[in-house]
Design a protein around this ligand. Structure first.
Ligand SMILES: [Zn+2]
Length: 303
């Protein structure tokens, strides 16, 4: 993984791209749109003569003019699958729809990719650094539904997006150097002329963060017929016993292969909590916390 993927070459993406190019960071800029006359006032990389050209191409061309030697690649496409972003070390969300922003944030959390979110609405804007497993995601900031507005619908002032785009690039550079705090949130208020920075915490009831933090149960090949061939199942529970009861609910029939009539673990089944056999811990009462891994390992039949 290397370089940055800038998703969106509009009001946020263009200034962010210029800052990254100046800093010598290689990046690809994704956008499937073409430059339209109404873009010109707040999408500062484009000139009148660019109207009708694919934005990604026009932006990359202008950046190479402004910053000779800039390592920028144009991708004339909308990002529809997170796999397109997998090769990149950091994703920069410069899109203008809330739905896409939430989708990108969820995809980054699920894949463990670092993401810099940026958004602007009327006279204010914000940038957030999302480091999965270490800090909050966009849903932690906005709630599960967000506020339902995008800058396209609500209108936004040119200088606000320019400022937010530059702040996004700054957060991205700090994150690449390991100098930024996960959850760093910069808010911009153009009415008051204020730029504020603080560190946001994860929301305990955030559905996306919770999902990723749930313990995992690893299923051996011999039992995967119960789990539709899934090698790992994420479940919630506070002890190994609760997790395995939840496993039986999601994969009916698997419990009979794990437990005897008295509800104890069968002798030929070994269950590990992370790397330790639960027989040497508290057996089924062994407590489980976020991110733990439970492995079911059938004993090899001996002579
Ligand atoms: Zn979250």
């Amino acid at each position: 993984m290397s370089g940055v993927a800038i998703v969106g070459a509009g009001g946020l993406g263009a200034p962010a791209a210029l800052c990254l190019a100046r800093a010598g960071v290689p990046f690809s800029i994704f956008d499937g749109d073409r430059v339209e006359p109404h873009n010109l006032p707040r999408q500062l990389l484009y000139r009148d003569g660019d109207v009708g050209r694919p934005k990604a191409q026009a932006a990359a061309g202008r950046l190479r003019e402004l910053v000779p030697g800039a390592r920028v690649e144009a991708r004339v496409a909308f990002v529809r699958a997170a796999s397109a972003l997998e090769p990149f070390e950091l994703w920069l969300d410069a899109t203008d729809s809330l739905e896409t922003k939430l989708w990108l944030s969820d995809a980054a959390v699920r894949r463990g990719a670092t993401l810099v979110h940026g958004g602007a609405l009327r006279l204010s804007g914000q940038a957030l650094l999302v480091v999965p497993g270490e800090g909050p995601c966009l849903r932690c900031l906005l709630g599960d539904d967000g506020d339902g507005l995008s800058c396209r619908q609500a209108g936004v002032l040119g200088p606000v997006v320019g400022l937010v785009g530059a702040v996004m690039a700054r957060l991205a550079l700090q994150a690449l150097r390991g100098e930024a705090a996960p959850g760093a949130l910069v808010t911009v208020d153009a009415r008051l002329g204020v730029l504020r920075e603080r560190v946001l915490s994860r929301r305990r009831d955030c559905s996306t963060c919770q999902e990723v933090q749930m313990p995992i149960v690893r299923i051996p090949a011999s039992l995967r017929s119960f789990t539709k061939n899934q090698e790992e199942v994420q479940l919630s529970g506070s002890t190994v016993g609760e997790l395995l009861a939840a496993l039986e609910k999601s994969a009916p029939g698997i419990g009979a292969r794990l437990f005897d009539e008295k509800g104890g673990v069968r002798r030929y089944v070994n269950i590990f909590h992370n790397d330790e056999d639960i027989r040497f811990l508290q057996e089924l009462k062994t407590p489980v916390k976020e991110g733990d891994k439970i492995s079911i390992v059938p004993a090899i039949a001996g002579g």
